[in-house]
Design a protein around this ligand. Sequence first.
Ligand code: ASP
Length: 443
Amino acid sequence: MRKLELHWQILIGMLLGILFGFAMTQVTWGIDFVSDWIQPLGTIFVKLLKLIAIPLILASLVKGISDLKDISKFKNIGLRTIGTYIVTTVVAITIGLLLVNVIKPGNGISEETVTKLTDTYAGDVGVTSKLEEASRQKESGPLQFLIDMVPDNAFSAMSDNALMLQVIFFAIILAISMLLIGEKSAKPLKDFFDSLNDVVLKMVDLIMLTAPYAVFALLAGVVVSSSDPDLLLALLKYAGVVVLGLFLMIVFYSVVVTAYTKKNPFWFLKEMSPAQLLAFSTSSSAATLPVTMERVEEHIGVDKEVSSFVLPVGATINMDGTSLYQGVAAVFISQALGFDLTFSGQLTIILTALLASIGSAAVPGAGMVMLVIVLESIGFPSDKLAIGLALIFAVDRPLDMCRTIVNVTGDAMVSMVVAKSVGKLGDPHVEDWDDHLDQVKGS
Ligand code: ASP
């Protein structure tokens, strides 16, 4: 029998997980059962993906750059990547702002709903921890992000997933120095990283074998810990605007893929779908990164020279879905609480949401921390920040899941565009986990 394609397997796992989660909320012991016995399986899966993220970035970036025959190509790829990321993010924020200003989801929110949401969430640790985190980030100087990018200890950088940019920095100077010492002297190190890269990609294949079961566990966990359905309903219009904006971003990516790379956008979305479904299930572009890299290189045909740089950098600094959401949320909160937002305030949102998307960590809920900074930049009263966040907190997790899909798809699209522009978009070459199994299997 032909095996079901991976994205179908994952989708079925997700649907069953949602149904199972709902069923468990109906029995008294259900919620504890899911959090004690089911959710840990999802957590293990996410940990496994994170486990290989740093070795994968290091190996693939060193391999990608040290394969370059001409070092100036790297500068070319770097500039195009950053430029395209800025353009897609500005497009995302603009779409978000247009929608929220036209549909005005905040105007219909009743006083009663505001009070109910405030009472439920303003003192919630979820909200207060986001505010604390934001004030910590705000205290740093304007060039702090550059300082943070440079490691003072390569090994401690590699020991913390939050320091991905430091690992990228280290990998880039390591690889450039390898090019500069000449092919012969660099060969042992290059062989080592080439082989490490193949091994880690094989690990991605192995971990993905468990993906359909893991998403079952992850989604069952999300369902049992989700908020009161009445509150979700009150925020339906706001959530609808965010989701519509995210959908339009996917349409925008599809148009760019068709127009610029001349590839079929449905093919692109289908090949990327396992990464998108994982982005949805894990709410983390960093955890999804190994799968995004595998899909883009093996299934889309982007050369490693491009993907090894574009994707890890994108996972950390390019978040189109997050910045679109920040634009919509900032205006929605202002509308609902009657805070007057001027046109120049809206332009400020474009700028700060762009910077916020660079500063947001690629982990669940990070977008909301930076939203505080966006709100403050438009002069939103600081004593009302907790109320503002409380308004949108109930739907934040489902929206986080959706915006992470866009974050990951945007990175993949940009890697295709940059690859095409430097002649590095080739044919797919898919590797399966068991390609060499025969050689190591006893008779
Ligand atoms: N969860 C998002 C990501 O990992 C970030 C956010 O929007 O909160 O891409």
